[in-house]
Design a protein around this ligand. Structure first.
Ligand SMILES: Cc1cc2nc3c(=O)[nH]c(=O)nc-3n(C[C@H](O)[C@H](O)[C@H](O)COP(=O)(O)OP(=O)(O)OC[C@H]3O[C@@H](n4cnc5c(N)ncnc54)[C@H](O)[C@@H]3O)c2cc1C
Length: 398
């Protein structure tokens, strides 16, 4: 059996590893348009500021793949899938490559919007090593001092924190009334904001950009906000969410909406073609987080190997962040649970930027927000499971 995987991010890497763990006979090919072996995108902000080298970023050598009999083809973009003849087209070589089972693990792209000015220099998104190199070079070559990060999500905050290390003035602007609206409730978010401000990050919530300012082919000079105010910035980083990469399936009749539609075994409408990771849409959801990519890839691998895995039910939202000495774990969807009939067990100390809030429904942990020091393993392990409430109270106050 010949298994071909498109994409060598966490989803592609995991499925290759998982299949090889259980089977030494199948041929495994991983094809990626990037020039590097698998690396974790989490460390890209550290790479920009020079804290992590390229060598440290890339996790495995040529030898590692050779020893596991996994063939990796780098710098190759797949631009067509021929389902009838079970082959894919490699753009660079203008050749077709056949498969028995195909896995699409093509990930996603960062959303980038022109804001009325698409031709100005100094506006970036961060998704891969090439973007990180561009950002680093622009900061160095242009004497950048004031940076606007558009998007107060996980990535915007992480990036802002790291760039402070380069002595840049950082403003993070978020259109929602508070930071991390998907992961946090308003109260915890405001506490996080206070903490970030104490670390000299400027946080602008409920603020929308109307126009990016600067002349065509010249450097960005700032932004005009929807409230009419103008602000000067030397660089803009847009971290405003992701768009699943689905362009490669367009001519193939593989069903897509926002992402590639998959069933509970991660199969597309063609049973020999699977899709996993950021490019996937399952029951209307797109996750865009590492735990979902890993869970989907392991399950799809087991299905290919005919190991009868349990059907996929979706991944619990699970976000863990460690920035400048503060730890934040968000499990489930606290904001939605706040509106439901749930029991809240909490411990808050604003002076110490400490907040532990757990929501329980029918004795099950539905969601948790854990900001500040303290262990999160108990909640992570028991998310969605029946628990003893006294034990939860003890752990919340630990
Ligand atoms: C800076 C940053 C920080 C992050 N931090 C976190 C975090 O702390 N926690 C968390 O859970 N998630 C985090 N994420 C999100 C996480 O990285 C993604 O969820 C994860 O990378 C998705 O993995 P994937 O394998 O599906 O896709 P990707 O990692 O996007 O990999 C897909 C690969 O496929 C290649 N490809 C695409 N199309 C083709 C084609 N047609 N032909 C060949 N190759 C192709 C791409 O070039 C890419 O290399 C972060 C993301 C970024 C950018």
């Amino acid at each position: 059996m010949k298994i071909v995987i498109i994409g060598n991010g966490i989803a592609g890497q995991t499925i290759a590893e998982e299949i090889r763990k259980h089977n030494s006979d199948f041929e495994i090919f991983v094809i990626s348009k990037e020039p590097y072996h698998y690396y974790t995108r989490i460390f890209l902000p550290s790479y920009i500021i020079g804290e992590k080298s390229l060598e440290k970023l890339i996790l495995h050598s040529d030898e590692w793949y050779k020893n596991r009999n996994i063939t990796v083809k780098l710098n190759k973009q797949i631009d067509q899938i021929d389902r009838v003849n079970k082959k894919i087209h490699i753009r660079e070589d203008d050749t077709w490559f056949n498969y028995d089972k195909l896995v699409i693990a093509a990930g996603s792209n960062a959303r980038k919007l022109p804001f009325g000015n698409s031709d100005v220099n100094g506006v970036f998104t961060l998704r891969n090593i090439a973007n990180a190199d561009e950002i680093r070079k622009y900061i160095k070559d242009n004497n950048v001092k004031d940076v606007l990060i558009m998007g107060g999500g996980l990535l915007g905050i992480e990036l802002g924190f790291h760039l402070r290390e380069l002595q840049l003035n950082i403003a993070i602007c978020e259109i929602a009334p508070y930071l991390l609206p998907r992961q946090l409730d308003r109260g915890t978010s405001k506490l996080l904001q206070k903490y970030l401000e104490s670390k000299n990050l400027e946080i602008l919530c409920d603020v929308a950009v109307e126009k990016i300012l600067g002349n065509e082919n010249e450097k960005v000079s700032g932004v005009k906000l929807k409230n009419g105010m103008e602000r000067k910035f030397d660089m803009i980083l847009q971290q405003m969410g992701i768009i699943p990469e689905i362009s490669l399936v367009h001519k193939s009749d593989i069903k897509t909406e926002k992402g590639i539609i998959v069933n509970e075994y991660l199969q597309t409408n063609d049973p020999d073609i699977y899709a996993v990771g950021d490019c996937v849409q399952f029951k209307g959801n797109i996750w865009g987080i590492i735990p979902a990519s890993r869970e989907q890839a392991i399950l799809a691998a087991q299905h290919i190997l005919e190991l009868n895995p349990e059907p996929y039910k979706g991944t619990f939202w699970n976000t863990r962040l460690k920035i400048a000495g503060i730890k934040l774990t968000c499990l489930g969807t606290p904001e939605e649970d706040e509106k439901k009939e749930t029991t809240l067990i909490e411990s808050v100390n604003e002076e110490k930027y400490l907040c532990r809030k757990v929501r329980i429904e029918n004795n099950e942990i539905k969601s948790a927000i854990l900001l500040g020091p303290g262990k999160d393993n108990f909640f992570l392990k028991n998310l969605g499971k029946k628990v003893d409430l006294d034990e939860v109270k003890r752990k919340v106050n630990e």
